[in-house]
Design a protein around this ligand. Structure first.
Ligand code: UGA
Length: 428
């Protein structure tokens, strides 16, 4: 059992903390947000993540986790300190590191038994080295370790419990044993690297996955022209073991969320600054943005025009399993439909509230069928599995016109046509 402090109870910090508590460590979570710490103490999860409320209540029950707003109290007995505060993008797409540096400066003034400071936050290449030098100048014996996270929203706890790999970057490899032991119960391969390599593994992985998505989307645009089916193309590609069955080859509206857009942008900026070739990433972004316009054009073609029409939207979240709408394709779609005078009725199992906050003019429906009732057309925006379980006869009866434009390729085209829909999807 290791005593661990986790600073920052956002998405990454909270999953890290609960996950470490589950595998037998003692974790203190620290956050300056009193309301959040108050809720956590009562066992209430501040984020939507499947399985988190149950996991939280188990580790609170076994006293493996505690919460505080007091940094000094939180790090006093810790052997390892994790920093997992936010690194939002500034207007140029650069990561804003003010929260990381505030914590680093506070740590210099705070007594602790910890020897390791582990950075979970995604930070630009070189930041961990700067932090290491900063602590050295302050005459603190901390060793900085870069330990990037690879959690997906919606399956973050499962990803923590069964990681593909644990990456540990440090310039003092002799300290790594302590962290290897910490993660040992997870049974994952551990990759020991330098600080810069660990930082780049994170950016390179996310950007590569984003690139895969833009690649399959460019194939989807071609497939439409020649009458091929991109979902079958992807299935054929995934059977190649070098590409892999989990490859990010679902074509459609493209990627969103708080990670891919931010990380692609940040890596691109870094490459430009280093006079390195950023062309692939520029194309990745361009194609991703293009898919939103392409989808709207498909919808417009099927619906003829938008003014005065009632359009049902299924999904607002950037992907299934989350209430997160950051950089979601839905944001562009809703804005464009509204500009063109459509009335919008939206259903999302988790993100309705978030959508309503940004777009008060959107009518929120309680069920998928409720959203489709009397609609001139239905646009599928998010890949929620429950959409595929809908009774197609009931859906058709509910709609004024049975037109479905599917941005996530959730339905087999033949089934939709046989059920009497005019059905369009992407790349098929
Ligand atoms: C992503 C990575 O998958 C995680 O490994 C990483 O830790 C995380 O970013 C992060 O940096 O924090 P996440 O953004 O939660 O996780 O979601 P993904 O499941 O990777 O999906 C990202 C976007 O790509 C979504 O908008 C999704 O709809 C889209 N996508 C995904 C596709 O359009 N096609 C695909 O085949 C797969």
């Amino acid at each position: 059992m290791t005593k661990v402090a986790v600073i920052g109870t956002g998405y990454v910090g909270l999953i890290q903390a609960v996950g470490l508590a589950e595998i037998g460590h003692h974790v203190t979570c620290i956050d300056t947000d009193e309301a959040k710490i108050g809720r956590l103490k009562k066992g209430q999860s501040p984020i939507f993540e499947p399985g988190l409320p149950e996991a939280l209540s188990t580790v609170i029950g076994s006293q493996a986790i505690t919460f505080t707003t007091d940094l000094a109290e939180g790090v006093k007995d810790a052997e390892i300190i994790f920093i997992a505060v936010g690194t939002p993008s500034d207007t140029d797409g650069r990561a804003d590191l003010k929260y990381v540096w505030t914590v680093a400066k506070d740590l210099v003034k705070t007594p602790t038994g910890a020897a390791l400071v582990v950075i979970k936050s995604t930070v630009p290449v070189g930041t961990n080295r700067e932090l290491q030098e900063f602590f050295q100048k302050a005459k603190l014996g901390f060793t900085v370790v870069s330990n990037p996270e690879f959690l997906r929203e919606g399956s973050a706890l499962d990803d923590f419990r069964a990681p593909d790999r644990v990456v540990l970057g440090t310039n003092r490899p002799e300290v790594a044993a302590q962290l290897v032991a910490l993660y040992e119960p997870l049974g994952a391969p551990v990759l020991l690297t330098t600080l810069e390599t660990a930082e780049l593994i994170k950016y390179a992985s996310n950007s590569f996955l984003a690139l895969e998505i833009s690649y399959i989307n460019s194939i989807a645009l071609l497939a439409e022209k020649v009458g091929a089916d991109v979902t079958q193309i992807a299935a054929g590609m995934r059977l190649d073991a070098r590409i892999g069955k989990r490859a990010f080859l679902d074509a459609g509206l493209g990627y969103g969320g708080s990670c891919f857009p931010k990380d692609v942008k940040a890596l691109k900026h870094f490459m430009v600054a280093q006079k390195s070739d950023s062309g692939l990433l520029e194309e990745t972004e361009r194609i991703n943005q293009k898919m939103r316009g392409h989808f709207l054009a498909l919808a417009k073609k099927e619906l003829r025009s938008f003014p005065g029409k009632t359009i049902a939207l299924w999904g607002g979240a950037f992907k299934a399993g989350t209430d997160d709408i950051r950089e979601a394709p839905s944001l562009d779609i809703i804005a464009a439909l509204h500009r063109e005078g459509a009335k919008i009725r939206l259903f999302d199992p988790a993100a309705s509230e978030a959508i309503k906050k940004v777009f008060p003019f959107v009518t929120i429906a309680e069920t998928p069928i409720g959203a489709a009732k009397g609609a001139d057309g239905l646009l599928v925006i998010t890949n929620w599995a429950e959409f595929t379980a809908i009774d197609l006869t009931e859906l058709k009866a509910a709609m004024k016109k049975p037109v479905v434009v599917d941005g996530r390729n959730l339905f087999p085209p033949i089934e939709m046509t046989q059920a009497g829909f005019t059905y369009r999807s992407v790349g098929r």
